[in-house]
Write a protein that binds this ligand. Structure first.
Ligand SMILES: Cc1cc2nc3c(=O)[nH]c(=O)nc-3n(C[C@H](O)[C@H](O)[C@H](O)COP(=O)(O)OP(=O)(O)OC[C@H]3O[C@@H](n4cnc5c(N)ncnc54)[C@H](O)[C@@H]3O)c2cc1C
Length: 231
């Protein structure tokens, strides 16, 4: 999370661009084929990257909903964002094995291997590396967009808060942690999510904090008559 915030602040005129965060004339490889990866691809293209390649560990999804994911399950469909349309080479079922440096330690390439997912009934699928599929790719800027690993731990730990199995701050349904005067909401409570959820959780938590302090609250709450939009 250095490349995108740095770029956003530069666009906003908050600071000058630093060369290390510029993709201009560089062979960029974005590791991770999710939404953050897509943002990295778009930003690299807008910087004028020499090439932009995207690695994804999972196989290429189908264009439409498959029998394995019938409604109402989440459809694992191929997503092509406007950033992808700006230009990128996308590779699926690929695992990065090594970062290759020159004699000065500067990144010059990535070594990869193709992978397959072996289904084992009742167990998690197993990742198998394909023999003889090793390849080296030119790369002088690698961007890691590999997923949300949970909130930063040191401050919550100092407060004596605990975490759920996914590493998020544990909170009750009323957003209160096990420390009565500390509440949690948003990505740090529910894990990687969306702006709409952050807004919703922020409002709900505000209502709960108000109730905790004042004994009641007139702040909007989801299950009130009507919905938040009407308030
Ligand atoms: C690259 C990327 C692209 C995304 N694109 C979309 C999108 O297109 N649409 C969408 O709906 N969602 C998108 N999301 C998800 C969305 O940004 C989040 O779900 C949302 O921002 C969560 O809001 P939040 O307030 O819970 O946390 P955040 O927005 O992460 O805010 C937490 C804030 O707390 C600060 N902080 C952390 N620790 C401390 C501390 N100890 N003291 C003080 N401050 C601290 C952080 O610096 C941060 O500013 C994207 C996320 C990423 C990473």
């Amino acid at each position: 999370m250095e490349f995108l915030p740095h770029n956003n602040k530069a666009v906003d005129g908050q600071h000058e661009r630093e060369a290390q965060f510029l993709a201009t004339d560089r062979d960029v490889i974005v590791i991770g084929g999710g939404d953050t990866g897509s943002d990295c691809i778009g930003t690299s293209n807008r910087h004028g990257a020499k090439s932009v390649t995207n690695f994804e560990l999972m196989p290429k999804p189908a264009e439409g909903r498959t029998e394995e994911h019938p409604w109402p399950y989440w459809p694992f469909k191929l997503k092509t964002s406007s950033s992808h349309e700006e230009g990128s080479h996308r590779e699926w079922s690929i695992l990065t094995k090594e970062f290759v440096g020159d004699k000065n330690g500067k990144l010059v390439g990535l070594k990869t291997v193709e992978v397959q997912w072996k289904k084992i009934p009742g167990e998690r699928p197993q990742l198998i590396e394909k023999e003889g599929s090793e390849k080296q790719w030119p790369c002088d800027l690698a961007l890691l967009a590999l997923g949300f690993t949970g909130p930063e731990k040191s401050l919550p730990e100092q407060f004596g808060l605990t975490f759920d199995a996914r590493g998020n701050i544990k909170g009750e349904n009323n957003y209160q942690t096990q420390k009565a005067s500390i509440f949690t909401a948003g990505d740090c409570r529910r894990g990687q999510s969306l702006i709409v959820w952050a807004i919703s959780e922020g409002r709900e938590a505000a209502h709960q904090v108000d109730t905790f302090l004042m004994g009641k609250s007139t702040l909007p709450q989801k299950n009130m008559a009507g919905d938040l939009m009407a308030v």
